[in-house]
Design a protein around this ligand. Structure first.
Ligand SMILES: *Cc1c(COP(=O)(O)O)cnc(C)c1O
Length: 421
């Protein structure tokens, strides 16, 4: 149904109900002032036009009100995190009480491990996917060591089979049937950052729970990309960042999900801080810690409002577009990229991301035989912002909010030219 022409791509853009959202973002430009083809939203999302306006409002309230901004600001800072919750919960498929924006991803991962990784002498192992993002692996290894476990013994990798790139669910089932009694936690990236493979969250959760394990997900590449349905998956916890698909700026705050069945469980270990304490007595500094119910009870500090203003701007942009509409466009846009790559009929390139749209988000990971970083540099010179991963993979992420069919078409043209050289 797709066609390999610029006219077709332009025609798709003209029929795209979300096409106008490109104008709601700052698109990076080359030295001559022309838009670059930005296909790197999986690494750092672009800046919504609304962002500076939202941040300026907070700067203005701070200038005009000083400390009174906590209660008298247009968006008072005391409850500011609450202004993000409803839209964020929608994006990850959770109930508002299950979601909070706080800290950064790896910090939240450690905080969740304090509560949900409670190893015993016999049940202490952790399963992760073998190509997990390095930070996640370091976090798991350091948690194992902290509990006196040698990571060589305690960390089980869910690996692709010899000669394959993707993880198979059957192999996770086998790991569980062989080691389930010794495993305490499954911690999986919902969408793998390298291959772009999205895992079935509910199936993995059910499997882990069958063996009495806790199950957590890292949605760094899932939030704002796929529809994770966290609540229905039954996962115990999840963490994510907001600077990739959620367009909230470099190093911006992370999100955290705690399933509602844990909302009032005061027996869980947790590292506490005043922002997780009962709001009514938070400023009565002499009270014993009284955790807020739900995910909010895991907060530590009063949060950076300027970063939260950026998240609010981004979430408002998402809400305006509607997540279902975005996902619909995303499936088509990435399908178009896949079609154009197939049309190249070049044996040197191989898409390692799953072919089934249900098993991926917008990213396609393209393995290029005998290529090195030079290929990526040539694409950059040709005006394409993409992402290179050693040894031989370019990751291309057409995001439905600000990428067009024309972007995807022009990328395929430039890739064809660069590969010919
Ligand atoms: C981007 C990413 C991170 C980054 O962690 P920060 O704590 O936000 O620096 C961690 N894990 C995964 C899977 C990621 O994709």
């Amino acid at each position: 149904m797709f066609q390999n022409t610029l006219e077709y791509a332009k025609q798709q853009d003209s029929q795209d109900p979300l096409a106008s959202f490109k104008k709601k973002f700052h698109i990076p430009k080359n030295a001559s002032g022309e838009d670059l083809i930005y296909l790197c939203g999986n690494s750092l999302g672009l800046q919504p036009v609304l962002t500076s306006e939202y941040i300026k409002e907070e700067l203005q309230d701070w200038a005009n009100l000083g400390v009174e901004g906590h209660v008298q600001g247009k968006h008072p800072w005391l409850p500011y995190h609450e202004f993000l919750t409803k839209n964020m919960a929608k994006i990850v498929g959770a109930k508002p009480s299950e979601v909070v924006v706080m800290n950064t991803l790896t910090t939240n991962l450690h905080l969740m491990m304090v509560s949900f990784y409670q190893p015993t002498k016999t049940k202490y192992k952790i399963v992760i996917e073998s190509d997990a993002f390095p930070s996640d692996k370091y976090a798991m290894e350091s948690q194992l060591k902290y509990h006196g476990v040698d990571p060589k013994d305690g960390l089980i990798l869910w690996k692709p089979r010899e000669g394959e790139e993707l993880c198979r669910f059957e192999d996770l089932e086998e790991i569980m049937s062989e080691n389930g009694d010794e495993i305490a936690l499954l911690m999986i990236g919902s969408t793998n950052y390298y291959t772009g493979q999205s895992f079935p969250l509910k199936k993995i959760t059910d499997l882990g729970h069958k063996y009495n394990c806790k199950v957590g997900f890292d949605l760094a590449h899932g939030a704002g990309n796929i529809q994770p349905d966290l609540h229905d998956s039954g996962a115990d916890f999840a963490v994510w960042c907001t600077y990739k698909y959620l367009n909230s700026g470099p190093g911006s705050l992370g999100g955290c999900f705690v399933h509602e069945r844990h909302a009032n469980n005061k027996d869980l270990n947790r590292f506490a801080g005043w922002w997780g304490h009962n709001k009514d007595t938070r400023f009565n500094m002499r009270k014993d810690f009284d955790a807020l119910p739900g995910a909010e009870g895991w907060q530590l500090s009063n949060p950076p409002i300027l970063s939260m203003a950026a998240i609010r701007a981004s979430l408002d942009t998402f809400a305006e577009a509607g997540f279902e509409n975005l996902r619909k466009k995303s499936i088509k846009l990435t399908g178009y990229l896949e079609f154009l790559l197939d049309e190249m009929k070049n044996d040197a390139i191989n898409v390692i991301t799953p072919r089934n749209p249900e098993e991926r988000g917008c990213q396609l990971s393209i393995q290029v035989k005998n290529a090195d970083r030079n290929l990526h540099n040539k694409l950059t010179d040709a005006g394409v912002i993409s992402d290179w991963r050693e040894p031989d993979v370019i990751r291309i992420a057409p995001t439905p909010l600000y990428n067009s069919f024309e972007d995807v078409y022009k990328f395929s043209e430039k890739l064809t030219q660069v590969l010919k050289k």
